[in-house]
Design a protein around this ligand. Structure first.
Ligand SMILES: NC(=O)c1ccc[n+]([C@@H]2O[C@H](COP(=O)([O-])OP(=O)(O)OC[C@H]3O[C@@H](n4cnc5c(N)ncnc54)[C@H](O)[C@@H]3O)[C@@H](O)[C@H]2O)c1
Length: 463
């Protein structure tokens, strides 16, 4: 078997989709399909544990980046270099034969459409490709998040050809610290049989000590969705309270502290706009699963999705109310600090970024808006694709801006001084702090820049 770093396109494969020159079987070799945030961290981590890993990725740009030892996603501690130089990780565009690998792990995307319907095109294509290459005894592990019942349906399809073992072993890491969490979180293992469960658990025990083995595939599927839908739900609760606090004129942070001090039964989380590729989507998938299984819709989950969805528009209204005097056609400059969907743990991922949504709503409310942006991790080209003028330094984004949106809770924005902002901004102006990072220090008076913060309803402080 070729043991060097290779990147192959279909034209270079040997016709069977096998990335190797021969059919030589490497015991325990694993094929990871889909090298995004989930697949790449898993592939590199398994290679780091001594496994021979074949990564399959359909996107040529991603394969090129990886071949140049440049991960296309930011994950702290991702040691692609060692995986490459050890020769244990190879990347290709075609699923290898089950004669060369023991296990296939499907890590492709499972988005939802505008209406919240799961789009399983990627998963179905990947499983179809696996079905064409697998052999009797191959282990297929589904790691993508899927609607309840999907694993069993895909198992039935795979078994029309071969005697396949299938397990559903969902990813539950948080983006940004996935490498570390892969080694510390318990791994859920749902399987079609005790043998499949034992095989999948043995593989993941190389990464993390604790397995949570479920009675069936569906329990694992619901448990995975529950993890993200639960978080999204409590964040919606916090944000609803924050909305009330703004109207009443009090501080959500103080309400939270008051409710939870010495009283863990009300340990409500902090408030702030929530997005990303997982929490909204997985809540929608769980909600949809009720109808799929003949149950009335979940009013609760639908409400959670709706509450989060309305947040960016509400923020834009609040900002534009304050800018009313300038909203008469005066060209406005907005500085967006933080384009990613979150700042802690830091990520370069902009999928369903609430900061981006806030700016989109601001643009809808004011035609002549120039948006300058800054983000510590999001590449300039990605920022530019939103129609922003990307700035390498935050100060260049802020200089002369009428509105500064602190869009994420990245530490570098928490470390900024409000005075540093007001010295550079236009006046009058508005600072909107989506994570109330500076609510404690926003007490100075004088000037005409207003400070507004998510969930903070006190009369705005004015410089
Ligand atoms: N991102 C996270 O932190 C996270 C956490 C938990 C669970 N998940 C779930 O894991 C899954 C993957 O998430 P992600 O964020 O890594 O997605 P992603 O979109 O970043 O990566 C998916 C990758 O799969 C590739 N791909 C799609 N179809 C393919 C095919 N047939 N063959 C080869 N490559 C193919 C795509 O080009 C892409 O690079 C999703 O179901 C997601 O909900 C993600």
């Amino acid at each position: 078997m070729r043991n060097t770093w290779i990147v192959q396109d279909a034209g270079e494969t040997d016709g069977r989709g096998c990335p190797d020159d021969t059919d030589e079987r490497i015991p325990g070799a694993v094929c990871v399909i889909g090298l995004g945030y989930v697949g790449l961290t898993l592939a590199v981590s398994l290679a780091g544990q001594g496994r021979r890993v074949v990564g399959v990725e359909r996107n040529p740009k991603v394969r090129e980046d990886l071949a140049r030892n440049r991960p296309h996603v930011h994950e702290a501690g991702l040691d692609l270099d060692t995986a490459v130089h050890s020769g244990r990780l190879t990347v290709t565009d075609a699923v290898p034969s089950g004669r060369t690998v023991d296990t296939y792990i499907v890590c492709v995307g499972t988005p939802v459409d505008e209406a919240g319907c799961p789009d399983l095109v990627q998963v179905e294509a990947a499983v179809r490709a696996v079905g064409e290459q697998a052999v009797d005894g191959s282990l297929v592990i589904l790691r993508s998040t899927v609607p309840v019942g999907t694993s069993r349906r895909l198992l039935a399809e795979l078994r029309t050809r071969h005697d396949i073992d299938l397990a559903f072993c969902p990813e539950r890491t948080v983006q940004g610290v996935a490498v570390q969490e892969l080694r510390s979180l318990p791994q859920i293992v749902g399987a079609c049989s005790p043998r499949a469960g034992a095989r999948a658990a043995a593989l993941f025990r190389e990464l993390t000590p604790d397995m949570v083995e479920t009675s069936d595939l569906e329990t694992a599927e619901i448990a995975k969705l529950a993890c993200n839908a639960y978080r999204y739900t409590v964040f919606a609760f916090a944000n609803e309270l924050a909305r009330l606090c703004e109207r009443v004129g009090v501080s959500y942070r103080e309400v939270r502290e008051t409710a939870s001090t010495g009283y863990s039964r009300a340990a409500v989380p902090g408030a702030g706009p929530v997005g990303g590729a997982c929490l909204p989507k997985d809540t929608a998938i769980l909600s949809r699963s009720f109808a799929d299984h003949g149950s009335p819709a979940s009013v609760l989950l639908d409400g959670v999705v709706g509450a989060h969805r309305s947040t960016p528009a509400r923020i834009a209204d609040r900002v534009m109310d304050r800018m009313a005097d300038l909203a008469d056609g005066t060209p406005l400059v907005v500085a967006l600090l933080g384009v990613a969907f979150k700042g802690r743990p830091e990520t370069d991922d902009t999928r369903f970024s609430p900061a981006v949504d806030i700016v989109t709503h601001l643009r809808e409310r004011h035609g002549g808006l120039t948006v300058r942006s800054h983000d510590p991790l999001v590449p300039a080209a990605v920022q530019g694709a939103f129609g922003y003028v990307p700035c390498t330094e935050a100060k260049d984004a802020v200089e002369g801006a009428h509105v500064v949106v602190l869009g994420t809770n990245h530490q570098s924005y928490a470390d900024l001084e409000l005075r540093w902002l007001t010295d550079r901004m236009a006046s009058p102006g508005v600072i909107y702090d989506a994570w109330a990072l500076h609510a404690d220090s926003a007490t100075s008076l004088g000037g005409a820049v207003e400070y507004l913060a998510f969930g903070e309803g006190q009369p705005a402080w004015t410089w």
